[in-house]
Design a protein around this ligand. Structure first.
Ligand code: CMC
Length: 389
């Protein structure tokens, strides 16, 4: 079998070639299909970025309109799938609800499961783009004990998601353009990030020729972990805890540096970025703007800003090249929009969806794809005989 390379955590192993996202971690550069994230953040929309990631190029106006209208037409969930939401405990975390419902799409939409049929792959692409935000909003509605609304096809994906999350059956829902714009931006910033934990999971599961729903459901579960997408929720919990216990940011930093009880500064550090995460820069700016407009919790923002300031000037963080990542400021914005903490990672999942789809599609078409099957270094017992008594 030849020599194997030992690389826990895949620190140095490229498991695939990919033409989707480029990161230069030392320079703090992120590009989707060649376009700098800063330009996309300023000029594009989440829908357009989704198209770009999935199909490889920016859409023409007609292509974008077709993509948009196909998504609008597929937002309805099968009524029996809606029944699922009654099967979970009321206080369930919406991430496992989301992954379960996405997994269940394989049972309701059996006509789009063949990974090697282009039309079916296209259909499951549109179904996921249309239905995942609806599932996410329903998971939220259920958790607060409110009735589920039907999607409104006169709205685009982001608008519809907001209405399904916050609208009430008896009242018309008025969209706040500040919230729509900010959410759209945050979704763009989360849309892809090359071979991160959840995306690698999507590819690994897909490499066994599992269908797209199954692969992406697995990716959602990977995203749930606090070292990955769950960090946005963990950051807010950390800020609240600092506020509640009356610690100064300096006292909290001491705990982090002494590695007391494994405390980490959540929202800091990244496997690839050894410089300021370009997404965090854009989010930080938006946090100021949106908290100014919507009146978020300024005290928590102050704590976050002070933690960042301390960390960037501290040898512990400088030596280890730890900078704020995308998750450091997002929670404050989501909170100001009215989302509970439990929904933060779900919002990440909505943003990451086009990336997962694009990566799955690239994987399935790549002639170099083989079933993902890492090797190991065996460190267990030598052969020993079963004691026959
Ligand atoms: N606070 C304190 N120390 C840290 C932190 C942190 N946030 N992150 C890394 N370190 C230390 C770590 O203890 C280690 O120190 P030492 O060399 O003394 O053992 C050193 O920095 C290297 O850390 P690592 O854990 O080996 O680095 P990694 O590349 O395996 O982990 C990470 C990357 C993102 C998991 C880690 O930085 C972390 O746990 N950060 C906090 C969680 C977080 O914010 N995650 C979101 C990541 S970005 C978006 C996403 O993927 O969702």
């Amino acid at each position: 079998t030849g020599a194997v390379t030992f690389d826990p955590g895949f620190m140095n192993t490229a498991a695939t070639a990919s033409a989707i996202t480029y990161i230069d971690g030392d320079a703090g550069v992120l590009r989707y299909r060649g376009y700098p994230i800063e330009q996309l953040a300023e000029h594009s929309s989440f829908l357009e970025v989704s198209y770009l990631l999935i199909y490889g190029n920016l859409p023409t106006p007609t292509e974008l309109e077709n993509f948009d209208s196909k998504i609008r037409r597929h937002t309805l969930l099968h009524e029996e799938l809606k029944g699922f939401f009654n099967g979970f405990p009321r206080d369930a975390h919406p991430m496992p609800v989301l992954s379960s419902a996405v997994s269940a799409l394989s049972t309701f939409y059996q006509d789009s499961l063949d990974p090697f049929d282009d039309e079916q792959v296209e259909l499951s692409t549109i179904r996921l783009m249309a239905k995942l935000p609806v599932i996410a909003a329903y998971a939220h509605k259920k958790s607060i004990g409110q009735a589920l609304l039907y999607p409104d096809n006169s709205m685009n994906l982001v608008e519809n998601f907001l209405r399904l999350s916050f609208g009430l059956a008896a009242e018309p829902y008025e969209l706040d353009p500040t919230v729509v714009k900010a959410l759209d931006l945050l979704l763009i910033l989360h849309a892809d990030h090359e071979q991160n934990c959840s995306t690698s999971t999507v590819r690994l599961v897909g490499s066994s020729n599992a269908n797209m729903f199954a692969s992406i459901s697995a990716g959602i579960n990977a995203l749930f972990g606090p070292l990955h997408g769950g960090a946005n929720e963990a950051v807010l919990n950390m800020l609240r805890q600092i506020q509640a216990t009356g610690q100064t940011p300096e006292q909290f930093m001491e705990k982090v540096k002494n590695k007391e009880e494994g405390v980490r500064l959540m929202g800091f550090g990244h496997r690839v970025y050894k410089n300021y995460d370009p997404r965090a820069r854009l989010v930080k700016y938006t946090a100021h703007e949106i908290l100014g407009k919507l009146g978020g919790n300024d005290e928590l923002l102050d704590i976050a800003l002070r933690l960042e300031e301390k960390a960037l000037a501290d040898d512990y963080f400088i030596e280890r090249k730890l900078y704020p990542n995308v998750d450091f400021y997002t929670g404050l914005i989501y909170k100001a929009m009215g989302f509970p903490e439990k929904m933060f990672t779900v919002l990440f999942a909505i943003g990451r969806l086009p990336g997962w789809i694009a990566q799955w599609r690239e994987m399935i078409k790549d002639p170099q794809t083989k079933i993902g099957r890492p090797r190991q270094l065996y460190v267990g017992e030598h052969e020993r005989n079963y004691p026959v008594r």
